[in-house]
Ligand binder design. Structure first.
Ligand SMILES: Nc1ncnc2c1ncn2[C@@H]1O[C@H](COP(=O)(O)OP(=O)(O)OP(=O)(O)O)[C@@H](O)[C@H]1O
Ligand SMILES: [Mg+2]
Length: 327
C-alpha cells in the first residue's frame, strides 16, 4: 500500500532500569507525507534508534511504548494486534537496520533471505517467479542478479547494505526506516548507497526516515530534517531552512561543529556532556549547555513553537512571530 502518510503523535518510550525509568523518547510528534524523505539527527543516545524501532513496535521488553499513536494511512500501528503488526512489517513499514554488517543471516544465501521475507508475507509464486522477482530487485539496488547465489561473507560492506535495502523494499512498503544505513562505509560508498536508497524509494513511492550522524551528507538526500535532543524532537523543518535559519541553540551548535564542506566527515560533538535521561535537567534539557539560556529555560520545559513555514522549534527563545531574538 504505497502512498500512505505516517503521522506520529506524542510518542513516548520508557526503559525501566535499576536506577529508575529512562524516558528515551519523550513526546515525539511529526508527520511524513507520501514520498517524503525525513532525516533524523542528534547525538548518540538522543533517541533516534528508539524512535524508529518504536514505529515498528520492535522495542524489546521491559522497554515499552508508554504513550502516543503511529498512524499509517487510516490505522494506528500501536493499536494493531501482534499478527496484524507482523503482517505490516516489510509490507507497509520496513527497516534497514543499524549495522547491516550483522543484520543478514550468515548461513543463508541472499536469495533465500529475500525469498523467506516474500513467503512469510503470503507471496506463493513459483520458485522460478520468486527468482525472477529477486533478480529484478537486486538489479534495482545496483547489484548483479548473480548476487542472489552468494552468502553474506562473500559480499563487501556496501553490497551487504544494498541487499538490506533490497529486502526492505521487496514488498513495496509505504515507509522505509533506515537507521544509519551507511555509517560503517567509506564516504564514497556511503554516497552511492544513499543515492540508491533514494532512487528505489522514488520508484516505489515510499517515504523514508533516514537516521544519521553526518548532517552534511544527510542534507543532500532529505527534504526535511529533525533534530533530537534527550529524547525530544527539538527542531523540525525543511532542510534548507534548518541550515539557513537554525532556531534551536542545539541545532546551531550542531551546524557550527560541522567540519568545513571540503573536509566533511563525522560530526565532532559540541561542548558539554549529554544529559542523563534518568535525571534530566529541569526545564529545557539543553539549558546546562546553552549559552543563551535564561531563567525560564531552567524552570519550564519549552513547547513547540512555529518558526516559519513548516518549521518549528522547542525553545523559549523562538518568538511567537517566528523570528528568533538576538540573531
Ligand atoms: N534496552 C535499553 N535499556 C535501557 N535504556 C535504553 C535501552 N535502549 C536504549 N536506551 C536508552 O535510550 C537512549 C536512546 O538510545 P538510542 O539507541 O535510541 O539512541 P540513538 O540516538 O540511536 O544513539 P546512536 O546515535 O548511538 O545510535 C539511550 O541513551 C539509552 O539511555
Ligand atoms: Mg542509534
Amino acid at each position: 500500500m504505497s502512498g500512505a502518510s505516517l503521522v506520529v503523535d506524542g510518542l513516548r518510550v520508557e526503559f525501566p532500569t535499576p536506577g529508575g525509568v529512562v524516558r528515551a523518547v519523550d513526546g515525539v510528534s511529526f508527520a511524513l507525507a507520501p514520498g517524503e524523505r525525513l532525516g533524523l539527527v542528534g547525538e548518540s543516545g538522543s533517541g533516534k534508534s528508539t524512535t524508529v524501532l518504536a514505529l515498528l513496535r520492535m522495542i524489546r521488553p521491559p522497554g515499552r511504548i508508554a504513550a502516543g499513536t503511529v498512524r499509517l494511512g487510516d490505522r494506528d500501528l500501536l493499536a494493531l494486534d501482534a499478527r496484524a503488526m507482523r503482517a505490516a512489517r516489510f509490507a507497509e513499514i520496513s527497516l534497514v537496520p543499524q549495522g547491516a554488517m550483522n543484520a543478514l543471516n550468515p548461513v543463508l544465501r541472499v536469495r533465500d533471505q529475500i525469498a523467506d521475507v516474500m513467503r512469510a508475507h503470503g507471496i506463493d509464486d513459483s520458485d522460478a517467479a520468486i527468482d525472477a522477482r529477486i533478480g529484478a530487485l537486486l538489479e534495482s539496488v545496483g547489484l548483479a542478479r548473480e548476487v542472489a547465489r552468494l552468502h553474506p561473507h562473500q559480499l563487501s560492506g556496501g553490497m551487504k547494505q544494498r541487499v538490506c535495502i533490497a529486502m526492505s523494499v521487496a514488498l513495496q512498503p509505504s515507509v522505509v526506516l533506515a537507521d544509519e544505513p551507511t555509517s560503517a562505509l567509506d564516504v564514497v560508498v556511503q554516497k552511492q548507497v544513499l543515492a540508491t536508497l533514494a532512487t528505489v524509494q522514488q520508484r516505489i513511492g515510499a517515504s523514508i526516515i533516514l537516521v544519521g550522524h553526518d548532517m552534511g551528507l544527510m542534507a543532500q538526500f532529505v527534504h526535511r530534517l529533525g533534530v533530537m535532543y534527550a529524547g525530544r524532537l527539538v527542531e523540525l523543518g525543511p532542510v534548507r531552512e534548518i541550515f539557513a535559519r537554525p532556531r534551536h541553540p542545539y541545532t546551531r551548535a550542531l551546524i557550527a561543529s560541522l567540519p568545513s564542506l571540503a573536509r566533511r566527515g563525522e560530526f565532532r560533538g559540541i561542548p558539554g556532556i549529554a544529559p542523563s535521561l534518568l535525571a534530566p535537567p529541569p526545564g529545557c534539557a539543553f539549558h546546562p549547555r546553552c549559552a543563551q539560556a535564561v531563567e525560564r529555560c531552567r524552570r519550564d520545559a519549552p513547547v513547540d513553537r512555529a518558526a516559519g513555514d513548516g518549521h518549528r522549534a522547542a525553545c523559549h527563545l523562538v518568538a511567537e512571530d517566528g523570528l528568533a531574538p538576538a540573531d
